[in-house]
Design a protein around this ligand. Sequence first.
Ligand code: HEM
Length: 149
Amino acid sequence: MLPIHSPQIVLWIHILAASVWIGGQVTIAAVIPLLRGADGLAAAAGRRYQVVAWPAFAALAVTGVINTSNAGIAWSDLGGTSTGRTLAAKLGLVALSGAAAAMHAFLQAPALRRRKASTPRPAASALLGLLSVTAAILAALLGVVIRGT
Ligand code: HEM
């Protein structure tokens, strides 16, 4: 059997965390509409998802920094080499994904919970979720591109 090295363990955790961050958002988006019929269930499911989502996001950030060093990319490369610029674009997408998810979870969702049941849900709520997952999917693509260089 081939040996397992520590950079591979870090990358493995990075990929597992990406699966939770992206896969969790896709899954929650798929089931939330079904849960809206039951009183408080959609909100409770959303809150439970946060319990796994933010640790996964933190794990992505920590393992991402270690991946960067393991891949031999210096922070001074960010604007200077094509790999560095790809990582910079990826970091922009990661920031966008985190910011959109945070706005959705901590500002919009609590406001939506306070509204009357008959009030239509603002389209911005779904849009922020879509923005977060799309940015994360594109960040994953750039990660694969960096890995392939
Ligand atoms: C939403 C957040 C993120 C997602 C979804 C994500 C996803 C991924 C994926 C899928 C890969 C490819 C793994 C492979 O091809 O085997 C990867 C690689 C990589 N990621 Fe991330 N990542 C995220 C955040 C970050 C952050 C914050 C950093 C840096 C601070 C980072 C740095 C890297 C690096 C340098 C690689 C290439 C590793 C190598 O060449 O060995 N990632 N990422």
